[in-house]
Write a protein that binds this ligand. Structure first.
Ligand SMILES: C[S@@+](CC[C@H](N)C(=O)[O-])C[C@H]1O[C@@H](n2cnc3c(N)ncnc32)[C@H](O)[C@@H]1O
Length: 360
């Protein structure tokens, strides 16, 4: 997953495919509608309190950054700086082109970083669909033991007398887990309420803790908002979810074979939000909110934003976009929002309608 997504010049996020949007492989909530980013902006405005800065991790096409800046400018609550940390060179280029179209007053506040800031910030850190792109490890339970699911190269045996014509192909093989995976799985299995059946496979993201720790170090005071599809641990590792959550996105189609289209398709896994919360607490952050995307958008006023649109044609279009963001069968339930805070006791408005923290 690491190589397929990030190998220099070859990985999905390192090479030049379109990736996001209608001509790409998948569509994220900020690409569905600016209503989404305008709701996020409302939460940012409350958290910024008229100062501070925003740091966005993995900003995609830059559309969310543009909509947030426009929305904060309209409300007179612009941050001093809007920093973007992006690992993909071509997405970074798309962000620069998109944000160059903003008025000077806004675009002058945007900077691109090539690593996390050395001086901790006061303000808001945003990551929309970034956690699901962190490479995870896969495991399978066989005869009571944990085996790691890995990749091998298989060469098709040529027909007798014929020259080999088929290329080698990647196939799945299980092997012994290393110490890190073995102990993480032992800990996980030990705390689940129900035993998992033989043959059960899933994934575990050991990158979450160091990733959260690194970002937590950058937050002196304020709020980190994480948006992603995911579940609390007991639902994620439910005995009936026997094949995990790893999915691939290729030309707007979703499938579960990471061994095809290598380097030109996205590979993602759902987020174990209990793991995120544990990592946050270990890094000295407070878990101040956890809600579905629908509850967050309703609490930050998506309905009033929709009602402001007077033009009937534009209103109908926006209403369709809002349905896609809100409905349980679309993005409303599967996507969650988590707020991690440091030195911030605001009652965050995005979480006023729902508190799913007890499920973590
Ligand atoms: C699924 S896209 C989401 C893009 C955008 N946030 C959106 O919602 O439209 C994942 C983004 O995270 C970036 N990314 C992946 N791993 C990252 C990391 N470790 N740090 C920062 N950005 C990362 C990708 O290049 C891409 O911009």
């Amino acid at each position: 997953m690491e190589l397929a997504l990030y190998a220099p010049g070859l990985g999905y996020y390192s090479a030049g495919s379109v990736k996001l949007g209608p001509g790409g492989d998948f569509v994220t909530a900020p690409e569905v509608s600016d209503l989404y980013s305008r709701c996020v902006a409302r939460q940012c405005a409350q958290a910024l309190g008229g100062g501070g800065e925003i740091l966005e991790l993995g900003a995609g096409t830059g559309r969310m950054a543009a909509a947030i800046l426009e929305s904060l400018a309209a409300g007179g609550t612009l941050p001093e700086r809007y920093a973007i940390l992006e690992v993909s060179a071509d997405l970074s280029q798309r962000q620069r082109e998109r944000l160059a179209r903003l008025p000077r007053e806004l675009r002058d506040r945007v900077v691109w970083l090539d690593r996390l800031p050395e001086r901790p910030i006061q303000g808001v850190i945003l990551a929309n669909e970034v956690l699901d792109a962190l490479p995870c490890r896969r495991f399978v339970l066989t005869g009571g033991a944990v085996r790691e699911l890995g990749v091998a190269l298989e060469t098709e045996p040529p027909a007798p007398g014929a020259a080999p014509i088929l290329p080698d192909r990647l196939v799945e093989r299980d092997g012994s887990p290393d110490q890190a995976l073995a102990s993480a799985c032992a800990e996980l299995l030990g705390e689940l309420p129900a035993p998992l059946p033989d043959g059960y496979s899933s994934e575990i993201c050991l990158r979450v803790a160091p990733w959260i720790a690194g970002i937590a170090d950058c937050l002196e005071r304020g709020v980190m908002l994480l948006f992603d599809y995911g579940l609390p641990r007991v639902h994620y590792y439910h005995p009936q979810r026997t094949a995990g959550t790893l999915r691939c996105h290729f030309k707007q189609r979703v499938h579960d074979d990471p061994y095809v289209n290598v380097g030109v398709q996205d590979i993602t896994a759902w987020v174990d939000f209990t793991r995120v919360a544990e990592a946050a607490v270990a890094s000295g952050l407070d878990v101040s909110g956890f809600a579905t995307q629908a509850a967050f958008l309703l609490a930050t006023g998506i309905e009033s934003l929709l009602a402001e649109e007077a033009d009937p044609v534009a209103h109908a279009r926006l209403a369709g976009e809002a349905r896609r963001l809100l409905l349980p069968g679309e993005m409303g339930e599967a996507f969650k929002v988590m707020a991690l805070t440091r030195d911030c006791d605001l009652p965050l408005e995005g979480f006023a309608l729902q508190d799913l923290r007890p499920s973590l």
